[in-house]
Write a protein that binds this ligand. Sequence first.
Ligand code: ADP
Ligand code: MG
Length: 691
Amino acid sequence: MEIQYLKGVGTKRAALLKSELGLESIEDLLHFYPTRYIDRSCFVRIADVVPDAAYIQIRARVVRKDQMPKRLSVWVEDDSGRMELVFFKGVKYVAAKLEPGLEFVFFGKPSVFNGVINLVHPEIDPAADDMLSGKMTGIYPSTEKLRNAGVTAKVMNKIMSSALAVGLAGVKENLPDYVLKGKQLVPIHFALRNIHFPDSADALVKAQRRLKFEELFLLQLSLLKAKYIRMRGSNGIVMDKVGADFNACYNALPYSLTGAQKRVIKEIREDFRSGRQMNRLLQGDVGSGKTMVAVLSALMAYGYGYQSCIMAPTEVLAQQHYRNICKYLAPTGVRCALLTGSTKTAERREIHAGLEDGSIGIIVGTHALIEENVVFHNLGYAVIDEQHRFGVDQRARLWSKRSDGFLPHVLVMTATPIPRTLAMTLYGDLDVSVLDEMPPGRTPIITKHCYEDKRNAVFKFMKEQIALGRQIFVVYPLIFESEKMDYKNLEVGFEQIATAFRLEDGYKVAIVHGQQSIQDKDFNMQAFVAGRANIMVATSVIEVGVDVPNATVMVIESAERFGLAQLHQLRGRVGRGSNQSYCLLMTDYKLSKESKRRIELMCATDNGFELAEEDMKLRGPGDLEGTAQSGMPIELNIASLAKDGLILSDARDYAARILERDPMLSNPLNAPLVEALKSGKYNLKDYSVIS
Ligand code: ADP
Ligand code: MG
């Protein structure tokens, strides 16, 4: 049956439900859940109504009606006080109904107008009619258009009620009996009835738990199943001895590895020996020493006779990696080369030859590495830095670098800390390693929030730091919708800096932004990296990876316009040397509650994982930077990655146990699961799948 035939719907509303909320079928409706519930047996006293509260319900008598030119104002009272109700539409009907002296139940969201709290267009029920009282009522997401078409909260409830009456019997149970019993979950019919019309608070909790578990469980089942299939089918190159070059590099290190680095290298070693292709995500905060892990693991592959490639998203980063890696490799006999878009033809030819004859053991570079004419003698291992900038196609091209059916092992490194629950979902079929320990001797960065009135003090402080021989970043936000304005910000900011830090006084200021030519950008960047410029004024292009140990101050302008993850990334550009570093967050006076919280968090901690967890709580996982760019790979209907971490890990463990016993889900008991996975809802969009 089409939803237009449901009681309370009709063609017009059916079209709106589709266009506004994407609801087309009865089944869609049944799986469209309330976002919150109102206890309709609970009344607020008028004296206790506060502005900006959630929906409230009052029971009050009509005292007076005032018909204004454009609105109807109705004053009502209970024993505690009086308040105003305001109506702009359907005024005649409302005026006729709300006779002074009569008592009604009003339901709405308080707002403030001219300093007075009122309810605009509350829903009205006769006080005697307690059809809803004693029960919790679901409140569904809605839109202006729907409300204007008369689809009020109450109407939505009526629609759901008829949808249940018509459609519930036809809903199949997705979870086998043993899962329901094993996890003490309520059956689907009970869950759907109670998610829409809870019999009690307890029944609602049971319904929510069941539906969240089902969603997360099927998702994890789908991800893990893909992983098992990959592991069974994959031809992993077996590498089972450590060579002399690994040891030479290791023994020459000026420091000892952190516990986390040792652990991760061991994890990689296990993967190399396993006979399965490694697909591992390495998360580590800025400065946690990921490069070292990349180099040592590449040397392991080298010891087994395989070439490695280390890919960076930009030319500058590739160069930086190359310089560092060459240092690490000095005590070894391994030939390393750099291949980027700007490598000169003659050199390029030489490198291509070295890769093909196998004399180059480790190649560092950009996308230029995966071009078709690059042929490897024996590629065994690929390290990809900053995965967000590498597309699926590009990864696929890596696989074509071997023709014997074996796949190179892959390590994807990211400095964007992803909360555990999100990583388990986004990268559910990858193995995740975490560098959760910083190398010793790092001085924590001091982070301070400064309003505009402190600008002179900030400039004075910058001059002091420059006098000490230090360098400074000044970063302006870049938001793509308003590029023109942003460059204006940057230009005005640059002028301000150039005026305060004059060339005549010996200050050199470099500027880097996205509208420069690559040459200009590189020239300015190099001037700063080489220490020729004291200050680098930039847009957030410097976010990723640039390593200037002598830079001790990061000034972030309009810091309120950055997300937490980005602020943290930017801050990571300083604090790389032994000197005390500072991060100054400049903001406007007017800060939203959320911006204020972000700035406070930044000042309170420099632990990227803590910030990432908080970020997710503040913004919801769909908004997380890095994932927002590509869109979430899945859409969750009821579970929240931010809040349901416990259910998620439970669901994941349970899914893993089932797959251990029945990897292909061929046991007839698991037939409902196979059926449920077919819907496609639980397939990840493939951008996060590495092979
Ligand atoms: P990431 O890439 O994770 O941001 P890097 O690999 O660039 O971090 O390392 C940051 C700095 O820490 C580098 O200067 C590196 O030489 C240094 N480093 C790495 N590992 C250690 C260690 N175990 N002890 C001391 N310093 C280390
Ligand atoms: Mg790095």
